[in-house]
Design a protein. Structure first.
Length: 289
């Protein structure tokens, strides 16, 4: 607990580790990095929250589900995941306790490290058994009590950060916009009236699901579901300008199940109902000034 007590970020960490859900086993501060091992108790969940610090997470045992907006990310044993700062999400553990190693930036000065670990990358998880031995060594070092503890923790932490950063770099290196992405966007726009899946669009473009998903994240800064939702709402806004089209027809044309479905999503995105949006457009057009 001494490392928490000496850190300026103590309050943030206590808020991020609810006592009813997590068990903190050990932790250590290394300059502007905070390293800790925690156990997510089986079957527990943490409501929507956000962290001020970017985090690298390695799952030693169990499973952890991280949900950002509508995008669920399953982190199983021996998986490495990256979690940017200031992104609302919720956590849930599986049927057994989940033990993880977390490395995060700490304090405002620590955020200078964010470009190094690719903090502009969308959250992702990937299997990486090659990191397991290093993560286990770090776990043992964190529990150590001898004079070499700090040196061992620092060595293992920097090795994990370096190896994890190479995985992150594959996702944040500047890449030209792939030719298939514009075709995929046009395909999506032409099919908004019906249900669409990532697999279907990727197949139509003759690329893998991963290629399309990564291209959307890197170049459109959105998941597939978020991108489709954005295009549906954009189409709905355009159609609502024509008062001859009923709101129920707008909903069906834009791929929503019914008017209430459109209203729910439209309000979530714009803060207004479709009817309020239409009335606002009419008021603006009637304004002589």
């Amino acid at each position: 607990m001494s490392a928490f007590a000496e850190a300026a970020c103590r309050h943030d960490h206590e808020q991020a580790l609810p006592a009813l859900t997590l068990t903190r086993t050990s932790d250590c501060h290394l300059g502007h990095l905070h390293v800790l091992e925690v156990v997510f108790r089986a079957g527990h969940s943490i409501p929507v929250h956000a962290h001020d610090n970017a985090r690298l997470v390695f799952v030693l045992n169990g499973t952890l589900e991280e949900t950002y907006e509508d995008d669920a990310m399953l982190c199983s044993a021996n998986s490495f995941s990256f979690h940017p700062a200031i992104q609302p999400h919720r956590n849930g553990s599986g049927t057994t306790d989940t033990r993880v190693i977390i490395i995060e930036t700490c304090s405002s000065r620590g955020r200078q490290l964010l470009p190094i670990i690719g903090a502009d990358v969308a959250p992702f998880a990937t299997p990486s058994r090659r990191l397991r031995s290093t993560a286990l060594e770090l776990s043992r070092a964190l529990r150590g009590r001898d004079d070499t503890r700090a040196l061992s923790v620092e060595s293992m932490t920097l090795e994990l950060v370096a190896r994890a950063s190479r995985l992150i770099a594959q996702r944040c290196d500047p890449r030209p916009r792939p030719r298939f992405l514009d075709d995929a966007c046009s395909f999506i726009d032409a099919q908004l009236h019906r249900a669409l899946t990532l697999r279907e669009v990727a197949s139509a473009m003759r690329v893998s699901i991963r290629q399309l998903s990564d291209a959307l994240r890197v170049h459109e800064l959105k998941t597939f579901r978020a991108f489709v939702r954005e295009r549906r709402i954009a189409r709905a806004r355009a159609l609502l300008a024509d008062r001859a089209i009923s709101i129920s027809d707008v909903a069906l044309t834009c791929g929503f199940c019914d008017q209430s479905h459109l209203t729910r999503v439209f309000r979530h995105v714009t803060g207004l109902t479709p009817l309020s949006w239409r009335d606002q457009l009419r008021t603006q057009s009637d304004d002589p000034f």
